[in-house]
Write a protein of this length. Structure first.
Length: 159
């Protein structure tokens, strides 16, 4: 197995995990918003460790930025979990065309942006919401792995 094939394999594994996390996160958001008093997600451990609290906060859609710019009800203000699902899906698609330099650049660039977004959301999580979200932290970890494997492909191509 070549280095590119190996890195693509790992990107697919972590992107699949990311898709599952994004789907679960969206499920939690939908179920919680339908019936906040009766739904309890497995990741809701206590008041300071609650994924429902984080996912349904204003920062759970459009990174808390889109709503301020275009309004909370704007069609652009979509759930972060849906954005994550698109990102993870694209990462999987990119692996099928990863011998192309432009595709490698898009894979690397988008995974870099996911790291920037993860750092921003981690800051919001810990310092603004003062919470610990298991699902969120797992997605940050998945994003870090995807970035690492894309970085390896990108840097190997430069040499």
């Amino acid at each position: 197995m070549s280095l590119l094939q190996e890195q693509n394999f790992y990107i697919n594994i972590f992107s699949s995990i990311g898709l599952l996390i994004a789907l679960y996160s969206y499920y939690v958001k939908v179920k919680y918003l339908k019936n906040p008093n009766q739904f309890r997600a497995w990741c809701d451990i206590n008041d300071k460790m609650s994924c429902s609290k984080v996912i349904t906060s204003k920062y759970g859609s459009g990174f808390g930025i889109v709503g301020k710019l275009f309004g909370e009800n704007s069609s652009l203000n979509v759930s972060n979990s849906l954005l994550g699902g698109v990102f993870y899906g694209l990462q999987i698609v990119f692996t099928f065309y990863n011998e192309n330099d432009l595709v490698q650049f898009f894979g690397f660039s988008s995974s870099f942006l996911s790291i920037v977004g993860s750092i921003y959301l981690a800051y919001i999580l810990y310092f603004v919401l003062k919470d610990f979200c298991i699902v969120c932290n797992l997605s940050y970890l998945v994003n870090a792995f995807i970035f690492y494997f894309n970085w390896t492909i990108f840097m190997n191509n430069l040499n």
